[in-house]
Design a protein around this ligand. Structure first.
Ligand code: IMJ
Length: 256
């Protein structure tokens, strides 16, 4: 592929390990010529991220717990002096029990935690990074079909993703005046650390090959290539969108 992101600096939040969608995206951004800034959650992750990133052109590896305003302020401080062109927001969290019990049992605290980490964080990150995006830019978040359709067990995360998608649209409106585009990629099921923990995930992965229009599951590299597109000038007219990268699964109403 040609160097669609040559000369651009991209901030990627949400790499946990090499199965993370954020990892596939960072890798594709590197291949497309971007310089990367990466964040990690907790000191334990620092070494792991540095190891994963060792072959990339890395401007910074920074701690960032998106629920802490201090961390976001420090992120802005650390990156000051760099112009940032692209941001990938690829993180979410809900209590494990809220992804197994009936949704009606969701506690107030569990609901608010999922909203804080998975949806409000996009607003907080946008506000922290927008001042550095002086040449315009692109912010891309990751979402899932459970935001608009009921996917059993997705529960409180579905509500958080609905909130995330709405926040994405309002941010697209606010930041559009500064030529900052905001979009979401709705990825099909991928076996990441976030998905592995889910019961019956293997049966979910059987659905793609049988029922998706492309008759297969989603490859992280396909999500990553779509993220390169959205961050690139090829997508200069694209903002406020949810782009499905799911082998077409979202079009199905019923299957035979
Ligand atoms: C998650 C739960 C239920 C069904 C699910 C998922 N399906 C998919 C996911 C069908 C694809 C993965 N996904 C899209 C997520 O957004 C996962 C978020 C998540 C996962 C965990 C597991 C471990 C934990 N908290 C989590 N919080 C959010 O403790």
């Amino acid at each position: 592929m040609n160097k669609l992101l040559e000369g651009k600096v991209a901030l990627v939040l949400g790499i946990a390990n090499k199965w993370s969608l954020a990892y596939a995206i960072a890798e594709a951004f590197h291949r497309a010529g971007a310089r990367l800034a990466l964040t990690y959650l907790g000191e334990r992750q620092k070494q792991a991220i540095e190891e994963l990133a060792k072959d990339w052109n890395v401007a910074a590896v920074l701690p960032c717990d998106v629920t802490r305003d201090e961390d976001l302020a420090a992120l802005t401080e650390s990156l000051a002096g760099n112009k940032v062109h692209a941001v990938i927001h690829s993180l979410a969290f809900a209590n494990r029990e809220d992804l197994t019990k009936p949704f009606v049992e969701t506690s107030r605290a569990g609901f608010l935690l999922a909203q804080d980490v998975s949806a409000y964080s996009l607003v907080a990150v946008a506000r922290a990074v927008a001042p550095l995006m002086t040449e315009g830019g692109s912010l891309t978040t990751l979402t899932y079909l459970g935001s608009t359709r009921v996917v059993p067990n997705y529960n409180v995360m579905g509500v958080a993703k609905a909130s995330l998608e709405a926040a994405m649209r309002y941010l697209a409106y606010d930041l559009g005046a500064r030529n900052i585009r905001v979009n979401a990629i709705s990825a099909g099921p991928v076996k990441t650390a976030s998905a592995r923990a889910i019961k019956d995930f293997s049966s979910i992965l059987e659905s793609g090959p049988q029922h998706a229009p492309l008759r297969r599951n989603t490859d992280p590299a396909e999500v990553a290539d779509a993220a390169v597109l959205l961050a690139s000038d090829l997508a200069r007219g694209v903002t406020g969108n949810v782009l499905f990268v799911d082998a077409g699964m979202h079009v199905m109403g019923h299957h035979s």
